[in-house]
Ligand binder design. Sequence first.
Ligand code: SPD
Length: 389
Amino acid sequence: MMKKYLWSFALSAVVLAGCGKKEEPPAAAPAPVASAPASAPAPAPAEEKVLNIYNWPDYVPEGMIAAFEKETGIKVNYDTFETNEALHAKLVAGNTGYDIVVPGSVFAKPQIEGGMFQPLDKSKIKNLANLDPAIMGTLASKTDPDNKHLVPWAWGFTTVGINKTKVAKALGKMPMPENAWDLVFKPEYTAKLKSCGIAYLDSPTEIIPVALHYIGKEAYSNDPADYKLAADMLAKVRKDVRIFSSTMIDDIAGGKACVAIGWSGDINIAAGRAVENKSKDVIESLLPSTGALIFFDTMAITKDAKHPNNAAAFIDFYLRAENAALMTNTMNYPTANKAAVEKIKPEIAGNKTIFVEADYFAKMIPPSSFSNEAREAMATVYNGFKKGK
Ligand code: SPD
């Protein structure tokens, strides 16, 4: 069933090529709403004009928050987190102070089950109609029944990014492997690449799934015995890994790492930055022959949000086709907004490391989720690996 949904949105991704238009600024204000008739019930007291958002770095186009503030008069406090674990810890502690948070769907499922989010008031988010029904169907069946809590921000995949120039130099006569995961997991390669820097995402739920996938296990296995096997493989390359970080844009574009386990869009941002800086180095997001791991990041309103109406207003604003397209055009992550598709620039729509082709998409690993116990076991294994134990 999952594959069917994924196929369906893969195809919408594939038809993107060639249908882009030029980038547009965040959408302008809608027509003012007519005032209520005299007999209408008294309106609920207005919320203070504040909205607190907690999102991943490098995910919101420049000017989008300012455009929302200008249009609505709502002051946005926008903070960022670098891992799902960091967001999850805040949600578990409670009283986050945030109205909107953006978990990956792998974490969103247990967060919904744990009552951490409030159901969306869909009457306040008309632009939900812009979302791709295939993607919403996938989310409903796997993560958020009836799409009650989550609105996709973007999707992408976890893969290997390289500075092609430096990797070629470090490998010398050794050819590039057929499977790009070898660059970060196979000792023959890591021994050579350590000289120019290998970076891993600093998160158990990022590294263990890709390691499991590499050793032929289910990426979203909930079996701690599998984590032990992943740890055995990882132990062999531990000495060659220099950086644990979730800021691969700086790591690769800034020259600290020549190879990184990272996220497709961020690696593409690093590639663009190298071009802007007229660097002689070429940065690339690779498509490993055995597949990469797909993720969805989703907006949710926290259960104790103090500004749920402002949150709904922002979600509705973000879901305007122009705004969703602007995110994809500037952040290099595909949007789940079907109405935005025709506004995606041709060079983004045609970039096969952003919108992968259907035959590669079929190889990719769809997201699933972990039990709380599995996540704890995974963190123990990961921390042991990091410490070199
Ligand atoms: N710059 C935005 C990065 C978003 C990454 N989210 C990744 C979740 C993967 N599990």
